[in-house]
Design a protein. Structure first.
Length: 365
């Protein structure tokens, strides 16, 4: 009797070679692979996916299966996160991270056939490659200088004749496009916009870790113009030692000279205006109207305004929420009062409209 037996094949986490060290100059270099530290001393070392390549005093060149080339300077770290390539179709995917130092890349077939599946990153930026050469210099806290390079198939003294592609440098704050040879951008943090592209006065021989110590003259003041530096400041940029509060002599300041507590709110005679204004009690209404018309001849045109006049004071109030305007002046005042509260406008003449006072109040939301 036959019995069927299903066998499940579980692949191991081992990967085949996706590239090879084709250039080696200096002391032994290292690679971290599956937590194992490997040391190699010459060209021919096979590079696998998930390898972390570490140079100390070594300059390396790696050629990948799609003919992409990566040059790694001394004191640099590169991680190959992903590399899949089908030679028959020229398609696949690539993902790499520059963790530290300077790495220059020459695009291969994947950057042309699978552009949207090629990801090159630094701690603060992502680079979208469009078939060209470029370099990345990353300092100890992840700040990145990305430079677009001319694509010269062979070393030449006249780089002006070499074609130039373009790259997009982006992060969570935005993106910039580099499309001129030796155009560069600085990126100080994941939440900080890449600086505006600038044409750098240098050549390929100067692209190394010295750019961390001595940035290009175009970025000599740190990471951009003073305005850009201010936009990119973080809490780590604050020097708390600049503040010398102990140096202030508080005895030189008369802190007890005056304060809000010195104001006695009970000193105000808040009942004076209403108890002494003579609200018409015991007066002839016609005589009161005549008196009011003489003192405020135009006020009755504005029904939302209330007023009180007597032998001592003139009181005018307009309460149109959220606005309130109150004017109190002596009874012998001659002048004008112009009031605007949003769409409500009042021009009030006080007695004969002389020039004792000319009040203008504008209240808008």
């Amino acid at each position: 009797m036959w019995r069927w037996v299903w066998i499940m094949m579980i692949p191991s986490l081992a990967f085949g070679e996706v590239g090879e060290v084709t250039g080696f100059d200096g002391n032994p270099a290292g690679a971290v692979r599956s937590s194992e530290e490997l040391i190699f001393e010459q060209s021919g070392f096979g590079v696998e996916m998930l390898d972390k390549l570490i140079t100390a005093q070594t300059n390396l060149e790696i050629t990948f299966e799609d003919d992409s080339k990566v040059k790694i300077t001394e004191q640099s770290e590169l991680v190959v996160d992903d590399f899949v390539y089908d030679p028959a179709t020229g398609t696949g995917s690539m993902s790499m991270r520059v963790a530290l130092g300077t790495v220059a890349m020459t695009s291969g077939r994947l950057a042309k056939t699978s552009r949207d599946r090629v990801s090159i990153r630094t701690p603060t930026a992502s680079i979208t490659v469009r078939g060209t050469d470029f370099s990345m210099t990353v300092d100890e806290i992840g700040r990145s200088l990305i430079i677009l390079l001319p694509s010269c198939p062979e070393p030449t003294l006249n780089e002006d004749e070499c074609p130039v592609g373009q790259i997009s440098v982006s992060n969570a704050a935005g993106s910039v496009l580099l499309n001129q040879a030796y155009e560069g951008t600085m990126v100080s943090g994941l939440a900080m916009m890449p600086s505006d592209p600038r044409k750098l006065l240098l050549d390929s021989s100067r692209i190394n870790n010295n750019l961390i110590i001595v940035p290009p003259s175009e970025f000599a003041n740190g990471f951009g113009t003073e305005d850009e530096k201010e936009e990119q400041r973080t809490a780590l940029d604050v020097d708390l030692l600049e503040y010398n509060e102990l140096g202030a002599d508080l005895l030189d300041q008369d802190l007890l000279a005056f304060s809000e507590l010195d104001i006695n709110r009970l000193d105000g005679d808040y009942l004076d205006n209403f108890l002494d204004l003579g609200l018409g009690i015991g007066l002839d209404e016609d005589a009161l109207d005549e008196e009011e018309n003489a003192i405020l001849p135009t006020v009755k045109q504005y029904p939302w305004i209330t007023w009180v006049v007597n032998e001592s004071y003139i009181y005018i109030e307009s309460d149109r929420q959220p606005h309130i305007s109150v004017v109190t002046t002596s009874a012998d005042t001659h002048g004008t009062y112009s009031l605007t509260q949003d769409e409500y406008i009042a021009d009030i003449q006080i007695q004969d409209g002389g020039d004792d006072i000319n009040i203008k109040v504008v209240q808008t939301q």
